[in-house]
Design a protein around this ligand. Structure first.
Ligand code: PLP
Length: 234
């Protein structure tokens, strides 16, 4: 069970911030949450909001904007036909999982005069039907992205498989760490490949992820409490 105190978001934020190293970025995974709830995590010291759905992200940005330097990450699956909206909304798109999506993001970024920061999504356990680049394919994938002038590869993101116990996900976080190290070795750290972000770990697994080298964790339930509303698409 995830340990949460659903009625005190500020206390949850403070507790998690006290448990993770200062160098690790806490991304509040905000799917299905209200503007008020997101404002509470920001007031309590969160600086990055992760969104799964463009419609929710647009709604949040209308109400919150860039207030206090908040940064917006796309952490949900992104369809190619929504690339333009995503480029307009997000500081970092964590879920680039295909060349065709990357081409669209690059094209719209160029049109908007933007360099879009992205992470490559890794399917660390090579699960069939799940999005993400397979271990072993990351370097050739990254090489194709490096040809795209308006994308900047900042690192890797992984979900990892749903496991019966949090500890069982550890080997998959190790795979992600290994792929991250290989990617860094393959791509010299330059302005166009500032590879420094390894985004992995959620409410029940963030401490294991940090053990295994995560630099960024995406946490929803342990900050906001259990999700109430049904998830929507868009
Ligand atoms: C919902 C979500 C999270 C956070 O999950 P919790 O278990 O609520 O902490 C992290 N990453 C992604 C991609 C998500 O969709």
């Amino acid at each position: 069970m995830v340990d949460t105190q659903p009625n005190d978001i500020a206390a949850n934020v403070r507790r998690i911030l006290s448990l993770i190293p200062e160098s690790v970025v806490l991304v509040a995974a905000a799917k299905t949450r209200s503007v008020d709830e997101v404002e509470q995590v920001l007031a309590a010291g969160v600086h990055v909001i992760g969104e799964n759905y463009l419609q929710e992200a647009e709604h949040m940005r209308r109400h919150i904007g860039d207030r206090g330097g908040v940064r917006w990450h796309m952490i949900g699956h992104l369809q190619r036909n929504k690339a333009k909206r995503a480029v307009g909304l997000f500081d970092l798109i964590e879920t680039v999982d295909s060349i065709r999506l990357a081409v669209e993001l690059d094209r719209h970024s160029r049109a908007m005069g933007k360099t879009q920061d992205i992470l490559i999504e890794l399917n660390s356990a090579a699960e069939p039907g799940k999005s993400g680049v397979l271990p072993g394919d990351v370097e050739p994938f990254a090489r194709e992205l490096m040809e795209m002038d308006h994308l900047r590869i900042c690192g890797l993101m992984t979900m990892g498989p749903a496991t019966a116990t949090p500890e069982e996900i550890r080997p998959w976080f190790r795979v992600a760490r290994r792929e991250f190290d290989l990617l860094r070795a393959a791509a010299p750290r330059t302005a166009s490949t500032p590879i420094g972000i390894l985004s992995m770990g959620m409410s029940d697994s963030y401490s294991i992820a940090i053990d295994e080298g995560a630099t960024s964790v995406r946490i929803g339930t342990a900050l906001f409490g259990p999700r109430r509303r049904a998830e929507v698409s868009g």
